[in-house]
Design a binder for this molecule. Structure first.
Ligand code: HEC
Ligand code: HEC
Ligand code: HEC
Ligand code: HEC
Ligand code: HEC
Ligand code: HEC
Length: 401
């Protein structure tokens, strides 16, 4: 009798759990965008009660985020319905900084770290950790420090996922595609006959308007050429975006003046690595150890572009450093991430630390929680891998240590 009852409860609980899990699934298990526009109802709700009240309810009112019958209160909240889903490989906004994707985890926007350095309070501000996408359903708001893109005019007030990603995945701006999109443009795959590949990561192409709040800008540069692994987006030295070309120029759509100029670090398709930068990159393992070899020298904390527009040459699993043909170039993402990082100026490492092991967040800093310190360097224990006295990672190319 007792056994039967226990069994009944176990089954009842199992059934309840299964029911709940099914309810929690958003109805998308794997593919959605398929390189172009996903099914409309993934993002638009044609009869949403959300649309009946609140800001921007007028259809066609492009000033309000409530327009366009979106499922979330604004474009970025709509994307995050799926992209903040716990446990999904396509999550890019976790609750604990544990997403090690190439773009980075928007979690860091919510984290401000404080420490005392030589008697002064040092703050590493959340707003300074990333592009401040506005997603009101998820507590993400406009940047309070910068009101527009440094080196450009794009307004912080317009910043969201659709500033950079074209939600409908068209190739050139908002114009119709010349042919059907048959495959994602992010994985170096061949498009089926009679179709074309989408842009890398659905990024806005030349002519893109930068989203509905951007006040009618038009991107001058096309989407970059790069390739990643189709469903494992955890960045390591042997699984990373393989960057081909055009990334810096693409950032220049909003940060035009950072592309070139006398006081700017070279960056872009024409900023080729010199012979000495190539041999340093390949030899450098860490401060005090430059016995590396090209075949094993790739460091995902300091990536470079291969200098090719041919995506079939890009190998995300490659552990190889740049080769001596003089093609590889330095780019914005050599030093920065694009979404967010644990460090100021969206650095791939802490630019203000002389010794990498002293980077903030550091154990004991105000604001640190959970595994922040480990997650800040994508799961690497920096002191263990590089030593206590590892200096700035600029040395991968310049070797001043
Ligand atoms: C209904 C769920 C859902 C919504 C809403 C959604 N996504 Fe996705 N997204 C996915 C899934 C699933 C994948 C992985 C499979 C794929 O690429 O289709 C993905 C992949 C992506 C990728 C990588 C695709 C590639 O081919 O490289 C980007 C970039 C992206 N999403 C951006 C966005 C943006 C921007 C929005 C909002 C405008 C958005 N997503 C809204 C589910 C969603
Ligand atoms: C400032 C431009 C920008 C903004 C804003 C932006 N993205 Fe991205 N995103 C990129 C670029 C560039 C990449 C490619 C990163 C790489 O491979 O290094 C990317 C990559 C991705 C990926 C693939 C996984 C990864 O992290 O590499 C997804 C998914 C994605 N973005 C979704 C989103 C969503 C959802 C939002 C809004 C919450 C968003 N992005 C906001 C530029 C942006
Ligand atoms: C659609 C326009 C747009 C694009 C494309 C864009 N940015 Fe930005 N960026 C902005 C704006 C606006 C700000 C200031 C507000 C903010 O941080 O959200 C900014 C801020 C920054 C900052 C300073 C962050 C801080 O808070 O201190 C860095 C670094 C940066 N961008 C790098 C990049 C890189 C690298 C790329 C290309 C991979 C890129 N941006 C592409 C619009 C853009
Ligand atoms: C990945 C999410 C996503 C999918 C899928 C999607 N949309 Fe959208 N759509 C948006 C967002 C976000 C906006 C608002 C644009 C902005 O604010 O930058 C928008 C705006 C629009 C607009 C008005 C502005 C414009 O660009 O003309 C129309 C019309 C539209 N969508 C139709 C569609 C149709 C039809 C489909 C299906 C074929 C579709 N959308 C699929 C996210 C999506
Ligand atoms: C060699 C490394 C390196 C490269 C390459 C690089 N940056 Fe930076 N960037 C930095 C550092 C370090 C800072 C910190 C502040 C400073 O020194 O100006 C910074 C700061 C910034 C800022 C914030 C400036 C401000 O006034 O708030 C922006 C925006 C930015 N970079 C964008 C870019 C863009 C866009 C590119 C590519 C065109 C790029 N960076 C290439 C290292 C780099
Ligand atoms: C991926 C390789 C790479 C990385 C990483 C890198 N640089 Fe550079 N840097 C270059 C290249 C290429 C040049 C152009 C001159 C040359 O070829 O030496 C350059 C030029 C410079 C110059 C001008 C020197 C001159 O001779 O004109 C300075 C200063 C500089 N870098 C500082 C930095 C700093 C600081 C960092 C880290 C925040 C950094 N670099 C990271 C590749 C790199």
């Amino acid at each position: 009798m007792r056994n039967a009852l226990t069994k009944f409860f176990v089954i009842a609980i199992l059934l309840l759990t299964v029911g709940q899990i099914t309810l929690l699934l958003p109805g998308v298990l794997y593919a959605f965008h398929e390189g172009g526009v996903g099914y409309c109802e993934g993002c638009h709700d044609l009869h949403s009660p959300l649309q009946v009240s609140g800001e921007g309810t007028n259809e066609g009112d492009i000033s309000g985020f409530g327009a366009y019958m979106l499922k979330g209160s604004d474009p970025s909240s709509t994307c995050l319905i799926c992209h903040a889903e716990a446990g999904a490989f396509y999550n890019i906004f976790s609750g604990d900084g544990s997403r090690y994707t190439p773009g980075g985890d928007f979690y860091w926007l919510k984290k401000t770290f404080s420490s005392t350095v030589n008697g002064d309070i040092y703050l590493s501000e959340g707003d300074n950790h990333g592009h401040n996408v506005i997603a009101s359903d998820y507590g993400l708001a406009e940047d309070r420090i910068l009101d527009s893109a440094p080196g450009g005019t794009y307004s912080s007030f317009a910043m969201g996922c659709t500033s950079c990603h074209n939600p409908h995945g068209t190739i050139s701006g908002n114009a119709n595609n010349s042919n059907a999109i048959g495959v994602s443009g992010s994985y170096g795959s061949v498009a089926p006959q009679g179709t074309i590949a989408g842009n890398f990561r659905l990024l806005g192409g030349s002519g893109y308007n930068g989203g509905s709040r951007s006040d009618g800008i038009s991107f001058a540069y096309p989407a970059p050429v790069a390739a990643g692994h189709p469903d494992n987006w955890t960045e390591t030295d042997t699984n990373h975006t393989a960057y081909g070309s055009g990334m810096s120029e693409w950032c220049g759509n909003c940060h035009n003046e950072m592309l070139s100029g006398s006081n700017k670090h070279p960056s872009g398709d024409n900023s080729k690595l010199s012979n000495s930068a190539v041999s340093n990159y390949n030899a450098y393992i860490k401060t005090g150890d430059s016995r590396g070899m090209q075949a094993a020298s790739y460091l995902s904390l300091v990536p470079f572009e291969l200098g090719t527009a041919d995506k079939y040459l890009l190998v995300p699993s490659s552990s190889s450093g740049p080769d001596a043909f003089g093609q590889a170039n330095v780019m914005c993402l050599t030093c920065h991430r694009v979404h967010a990082s644990a460090f100021p100026f969206i650095g791939r490492w802490d630019f203000s630390a002389t010794f990498i092991a002293d980077s903030h967040p550091k154990t004991g800093d105000g604001g640190v929680s959970g595994s922040d310190v480990l997650n800040s360097y994508y799961g690497r224990n920096m002191a263990a891998q590089f030593g206590q006295y590892q200096r700035h990672l600029c040395n991968k190319c310049h070797m001043q240590d």
